[in-house]
Write a new protein. Structure first.
Length: 431
């Protein structure tokens, strides 16, 4: 098949045609730990990175490889890496560049689990994460010093839902040698961060990519577009000898294999050593979801827009949080970046605060009350008491969470049924 650039085609065909041994069209589940080497020389070449191939499923797997290639193709990147979860992808994205004493500048508009990872666990590991308000892109420049190794943000932040200024922040970092890492979990196909200057993309494949709520997983995608070797002092992790791999200098060692220094290091050192490998079975299930991703994102976006408009008309609702309801600089960013759709998430402030939010959640009949987003089915949660409950009230507000905030992940059900369920729960929320 000739290579297409259309996402509907890539979602079905990228990275795979048929099994060479059997002709099977579906990607097999290679449920194996190890792989037979052709010879002693072949094994030595694989371990020395003189050629790429399968060594051990903790590091790579043929089923995972197809998923990595497919999402890489959808994003227009150079190479991908499947991981055990979105959290492990976020952690390794930073650990691959930052060492003890280094820092990363991150947007405040983050999922609660990522905030905890950055504010606490990364701090304990000796890496400082500096949180800045992305409403002014220059805040990233102001927080940058000689030991800043990366910028980090979410494309469509969960739960704030204000599009991040990707091009503006990427343009600040690139002359300094600071890459922008974008978590694109909430906006697959809607935004391609590499097109706007991002260097690395993070995914929790658990969400929209899989879409069925069965399989935990994460992905890193290397854009192959960042000149790591031009910034030896700024990026020592890729430009100085790595004692964990025979003194390899990754910006140089990767050259025969392509512009994949970042992802090659992540695979052969961090994934090898930490072991947060994606299950081949989960990769297979995620591939099933990716095949229908273009169709699903259309319906998610359409249903979410209808929900936002419905909520705006309700007296029980104080504020609706959705890109369609934004104006000013936030509205301009939504128009600039969310050209493929405005996403499947809707937030709202319910009158009556936390108590009303809890009553609303308990009154829902069809929506599931779960700590996830991106399922085919509709989901709802009260973040202040769940996903963001470990954060202080000050930090909750920084991420966009108030006591009365309710987050909806709008699914693929008929819109009449979605609105009817919301109507009943809103009536009950008043007590």
């Amino acid at each position: 098949m000739s290579q297409s650039s259309k996402p509907e085609t890539l979602a079905l065909h990228a990275g795979w045609r048929a099994d060479p041994a059997t002709g099977a069209v579906a990607v097999p589940i290679y449920q194996t730990t190890s792989y037979q080497f052709n010879s002693a020389e072949h094994a030595a070449n694989l371990f020395a990175l003189k050629e790429l191939g399968n060594i051990y499923t903790r590091i790579m797997n043929p089923t995972n490889d197809v998923l990595e290639k497919r999402i890489t193709a959808l994003e227009g990147g150079a190479a991908g890496l499947g991981l055990a979860s979105g959290q492990s992808a976020s952690a390794i994205a930073i650990q691959n560049l930052a060492r003890v004493g280094d820092n990363v500048v991150s947007s405040t508009d983050l999922y609660g689990g990522t905030w905890n990872l950055f504010a606490n666990t990364m701090k304990d590991q000796g890496v400082e994460v500096r949180f800045v308000d992305p409403s002014d892109p220059q805040n990233f420049a102001r927080a940058t010093d000689a030991r800043t190794r990366a910028y980090y943000a979410e494309t469509l932040p969960n739960p704030k839902l204000i599009a991040f200024p990707i091009a503006e922040v990427a343009a600040i970092g690139r002359p300094l040698g600071v890459p922008l890492i974008m978590d694109n979990t909430a906006a697959p196909l809607l935004v391609r961060p590499f097109d706007h200057g991002a260097a690395i993309i993070v995914y929790s494949s658990t969400k929209y990519l899989g879409g069925h709520g069965t399989s935990i997983g994460g992905l890193l995608i290397d854009g192959g577009n960042f000149p790591w070797e031009d910034f030896g002092e700024r990026q020592p992790a890729l430009n100085t000898p790595d004692p964990s791999y025979h003194g390899a200098v990754w910006a140089q060692a990767a050259k025969p294999l392509g512009p994949i220094a970042y992802i090659l290091k992540a695979r052969t050192t961090l994934l090898r050593d930490i072991g947060s490998a994606m299950s081949p079975f989960n990769a297979f299930l995620t591939l099933q979801g990716v095949e229908t991703l273009p169709l699903r994102m259309e319906r998610h976006c359409a249903n979410a827009l209808a929900v936002a408009r419905f909520l705006r008309s309700r007296t029980e609702v104080e504020t609706v949080i959705h890109p369609s309801q934004q104006s000013g600089w936030a509205g301009e960013r939504a128009k600039k970046y969310l050209r493929g759709g405005q996403g499947g998430l809707v937030g709202f402030e319910i009158r009556g605060g936390s108590a009303a939010g809890r009553r609303f959640i308990d009154a829902l009949k069809m929506f599931y009350h779960v700590a996830n987003i991106g399922d085919a089915r509709s989901l709802a949660i009260h973040p202040a008491s769940t996903t963001h409950s470990q954060l202080s009230e000050h930090d909750q507000l920084a991420t966009g969470v108030t006591q009365g905030y309710v987050r909806l992940s709008v699914g693929l059900e008929h819109i009449d049924d979605i609105l009817a369920d919301l109507d009943g729960a809103l009536r009950s929320s008043a007590g």
